[in-house]
Each structure stands twice: as C-alpha cells, then as structure tokens.
Design a protein around this ligand. Structure first.
Ligand code: UD1
Length: 370
C-alpha cells in the first residue's frame, strides 16, 4: 500500500513526523513524504526536519510565499503531476494550512482517497484563512481523524457520516512527549539568562493581530506593562518582523528593556522555553494544545479558538487582543490563581499508531473512497 503524506508549513511537521514513523514500522506500507515548500526558511522548515527526524521528502515543490491564490494554485499544479505519476492508494493531509487545502482539492479532483489528520476543528470565524481550509478539507475527506470531542460534534452537525470519523487523540502531543526530555536537557531558560517559571513567552503571527497598525500597537501596549513585571521572550515570526518594520515599531520595542526579541527557534529550543515559562501568550493554534499538555498557563490573544478542549479541560484562556484583558490575565497568573487543567482524553503519545492502524486496515477499492 502506498501512502502519501503531505506537509508544507511549520505546524505540519510536528503532526507528520509521528505518522511517518508509525507507518514506516509496518512492513507492508510504502510511505512517501511530500513537502510543498510553503515554508522554506531554514528555521521554519529544515531545522524541524532535522530535529524531528523526518526523512528527506521524496519531492519538495518549493512553492514559497505569495498571495494565497497563487500559493494554492502552485501547490495544486505540482501535486497533480506528482500524484498522477505515483498513483498513491491514499493521500494524507494534516492541519489547516494552505498546503492542506491544496492537497485535499487535488486528491478530490483525481478521485484519490483522502485522509485528514486534525479534522473537525472549528473557530466559526471565516475571516481566518485556516477556517475555510478546515471546512473545505473535511468536506472532501474520506477518513477524518479527530483530536477532541468538539471536532466530532462539528463534523456530525455538518452531515459527515460517523463511519468516516475516528477519534484518535493528538499527534502533535505524540511529538511533544517524545522530544520533551531532549528539550529540557538544552536548559534553554538558563542559556538565555532566565529563571525557570519567572518569564513570559510570546508568539504572534495571525494577520488579525499583526497586519494592522492599530491592532499591533494595542498588543504592544500590553507588552509594555508585562515586560516590567517579568522578562518576556518573543521569538518573532517573519510576518510579524515585517510588520514591525513596516509600521515603524522598532523603537517602541527597543524601549522595552524587559523584552527579548529573537529569531524563530527550532522545535526543541521552543519546547524547552515553553516548558520552563511562567506563562505563554500566543495567537497560535498548536501552542494552546502544547501548553495544556505541559500544564503551563496559556493566554490566547484571540476571541475564539478551534481547540475548546484546551479551555474547558486544559490551561488555556481566551483574552482577545484588548490590552486590559491581556494584562488582567497575566496578573491572574502572577497571583498564583490560574487554573491547573488536566490532559485531554487520548492525548497519550499513541495517536499516530491509531491513525496508522486505520489507514492500513482500510480497503481503498471500495466505492465509498471515490
Ligand atoms: C502559515 C499558515 C498558518 C500557520 C503559520 C505558522 C496558512 C494560510 N497560514 O501562516 O496557519 O499558523 O503558517 O507559521 O497556511 N516567510 C518566511 N519564511 C518562510 C515562510 C514565510 O520568511 O519559510 C515570510 C514571508 O514573508 C511570508 C510571510 O512570512 O510572506 C507569511 O508566510 P505565509 O506562509 O504566507 O503565512 P504564515 O503567516 O506563515
């Protein structure tokens, strides 16, 4: 059986890695990994392949950055040629980035069986490009692997047959559990001169937070307060650095002596920093899940989340992008009254094996896979 796994952007690599490893442990499976090249910078791509032990991809389409339309179109053209050439039995896509949607549409047009890992998550906010990617990918998938109960409810409401949906847990947590000891051994907080549990870690890259002058300024004003209370480390996504430069905020940042802006980090380095943080502030999806697994307080700088289990069960709270709410959240952490949270069901480090078992047991010749 030939299984083709597609990855393209940073958050895909942590989900693809345990799946490729689990599939390769079965002798009957040929697994090919395709990288669309949506992310191409060494610290957003190659470093992750190295640290996570991902095999070199069979092919890298090298599509790079562009408008979403051009990026998706280029991925689709490249993947069509590849799929026609290798004729996989099943295509597996992960997450919700543009590469996920592009690969799903190509599989659909070529009538290839399609599996989606991390299906069913919904923010109900169509202004997020990822939300459209999720809804459309799920609509054309034959096998849908979910990470939390809300995803199963969402798919049921959208009329997706329950027989197609498999609750397997969280592949990104498989990766976290496997690599956590190595990440801790790096002693990242100390190497940056920080005391464990005495610093905040910030990530910011959503267009809604960084693409307008006024909104980014509001978040920076909350940051001005936080960095006086405790050191803040800010590994800056390239989209955000571009905006900081474009809006002329460099001097505002330089004036904050408790703030440390650094380049985007490797997986292990970032995990090590998350693990030792007093609090994480983020607008990422995956980090909400990782902090829940680590038991570290997480303030999500958005008004919605497609991952409600991290709020209902885990350590996450939504604080939006209003400075007062952000500061109130950090104050609550500092006062020691943040909730403890627990690990969501099936986030046990074995999700990839459960996905592999379903993928390998399926009979893709059945009409239901066309
Ligand atoms: C993409 C995903 C988002 C994910 C994020 C993680 C979509 C729609 N968005 O957003 O869901 O959370 O990745 O990082 O798929 N750039 C580089 N090097 C790179 C890639 C990008 O410098 O390797 C710069 C480019 O200037 C680019 C900008 O970052 O224009 C934004 O990159 P893009 O891939 O368009 O979107 P992300 O914001 O990274």
């Amino acid at each position: 059986m030939h299984i083709c796994v597609i990855v393209g952007a940073r958050p895909n690599f942590m989900k693809g890695a345990p799946l490729v490893e689990a599939l390769r442990s079965y002798s009957g499976a040929k697994v090919s990994l395709v990288h669309t090249g949506q992310h191409y910078s060494a610290n957003l791509s190659d470093l992750f392949f190295d640290q996570l032990g991902l095999p070199r991809p069979e092919v890298n389409l090298g599509v790079g950055s562009d408008s979403h339309v051009r990026q998706i179109a280029r991925i689709m053209e490249g993947l069509q040629d590849y799929f026609v050439h290798v004729q996989p039995d099943v295509v597996v896509v992960v997450g919700d980035v543009n590469s996920t949607l592009a690969a799903a549409l190509v599989a659909n047009k070529l009538m290839l069986p399609l599996a989606h890992v991390e299906a069913g998550l919904r923010s109900f906010d169509r202004s997020m490009p990822e939300e459209t990617n999720r809804v459309l990918t799920d609509a054309v998938s034959h096998l849908l692997f979910t990470t939390e109960p809300s995803a199963n409810e969402n798919l049921k409401r959208e009329g997706i047959g329950e027989g197609k949906v498999h609750f397997v847990g969280n592949l990104m947590i498989d990766t976290l559990q496997k690599h956590r000891p190595k990440a801790i051994a790096l002693r990242m907080p100390r190497s940056l001169g920080l005391q464990p549990r005495n610093y905040a870690l910030l990530t910011l890259h959503r267009p809604a937070n960084v693409d307008t002058f006024a909104q980014l300024r509001r978040i920076l004003s909350a940051l001005e307060w936080i960095q006086k209370e405790m050191p803040v480390v800010f590994p800056m996504h390239p989209r955000t650095s571009e905006r900081i430069y474009q809006f002329g905020f460099e001097t505002v940042l330089k004036g904050m002596t408790g703030l440390r802006c650094i380049e985007p980090m490797g997986y292990l380095e970032f995990l090590g920093l998350m693990d030792g943080a007093a609090v994480v502030l983020t607008d990422s999806g995956g980090i909400q899940e990782e902090t829940t697994c680590l038991g570290v307080p997480c303030l999500t700088l958005r008004n919605n989340t497609e991952r409600p289990v991290t709020v209902n069960v885990g350590t996450n709270e939504l604080v939006g992008n209003d400075p007062e709410r952000i500061i109130a959240g950090v104050s609550k952490v500092l006062s020691g009254s943040w909730k403890k949270g627990r690990l969501p069901d099936a986030w046990d480090g074995h999700a990839a094996k459960r996905v592999a078992d379903v993928l390998l047991a399926a009979d893709y010749h059945q009409q239901s896979y066309r």
